[in-house]
Write a protein that binds this ligand. Structure first.
Ligand code: URA
Length: 285
């Protein structure tokens, strides 16, 4: 294989050659830096890619398949910063702000993909922004990515996502067309622990901007973090469910999180009542 040296510029400077990059790209379990600036020596052109798109262009970059056995061998190369820690310490610290700006979808997606506003960025494979139709009338909001979501870059694609899909299908809605799905936080907490208040705070404006752009006609919150964040309350879901709320002017129904329903099947009836209440409000006004 031709050895191309590529500079991957993130906040750290990473340098890998094309076969190591291939191994990183082809194994979704290996975290890539969030943003990669790749210089391809043959053209001397430099372009910035998200980790997700680098994985997608990997086959074109490589033009060959690598044996699975070599993936193991590549793991040590995932953390090879060329800039010394001393230099990094001397570098000016970036200002961390997350004010609600008027971003379009492209700007929002980019900002989220490189976000380092809280410590969750350190362990994520990638950020998880959305799934579904950005012009949907229904918006479902969960808590944050789990293992599968972190690997695949889409919300609710694991076990609780399968239940959510069945709930949406039972409402006679199409998951990809009628619905937009997001989370309160965009990075997976270690071992799926609960998000901490400062993590929610530093991520909250991304969700608010998503709602602003989607302009849904009905919001369904799944679990306590989504409803508590949007309604600015500390009340439990059990106290908030079963009635109509509003986030700004948008009707909002709170219900249980699908992962709670998987652990507590007896609560499924209440969740279905909540979804029916939402449908009644949506269709009858
Ligand atoms: N749980 C959530 O709250 N969101 C996901 O995306 C997956 C599981």
């Amino acid at each position: 294989m031709q050895k191309n040296t590529m500079d991957l510029l993130v906040g750290n400077l990473w340098q890998v050659n094309s076969d190591k990059l291939a191994l990183l790209c082809q194994n979704a379990a290996i975290p890539l830096p969030k943003l990669l600036q790749i210089t391809i020596p043959s053209t001397q052109q430099s372009q910035t890619f998200s980790a997700e798109s680098v994985r997608a262009i990997a086959p074109a970059l490589l033009n060959q398949k690598l044996p699975a056995s070599s993936i193991e061998a590549a793991k040590p190369y995932t953390a090879e910063p060329l800039v010394s820690n001393k230099l990094e310490q001397n570098a000016p610290k970036p200002q961390i702000t997350n004010t609600l700006e008027d971003l379009n979808w492209e700007q929002l997606a980019h900002k989220v993909s490189i976000c380092e506003n809280c410590k969750l960025c350190e362990n994520r494979t990638q950020t998880v922004l959305e799934r579904g139709n950005r012009s949907a009338k229904w918006m479902f909001i969960g808590e944050g990515p789990g293992e599968q979501e972190d690997l695949q870059g889409r919300p609710f694609v694991g076990a609780s996502g399968q239940l959510l899909d069945r709930m949406i299908a039972a409402m006679k809605l199409n998951t990809e067309e009628d619905v937009y799905i997001a989370n309160v936080i965009k990075c997976r907490p270690p071992r799926n622990r609960n998000p901490e208040p400062e993590e929610i705070n530093s991520c909250k404006n991304y969700l608010l901007q998503q709602i602003k752009l989607v302009k849904p006609q009905m919001i369904i919150t799944l679990g306590r973090y989504a409803v508590q964040t949007l309604l600015d309350t500390e009340l439990a879901v059990g106290k908030l469910r079963g009635k109509l709320h509003h986030y700004q002017d948008i009707p909002l129904i709170a219900t249980y999180h699908p992962s709670y329903l998987l652990r507590t099947p007896s609560a499924k009836k209440d969740a279905w009542d909540d979804l029916q209440l939402a449908m009644r409000h949506y269709f009858n006004g």
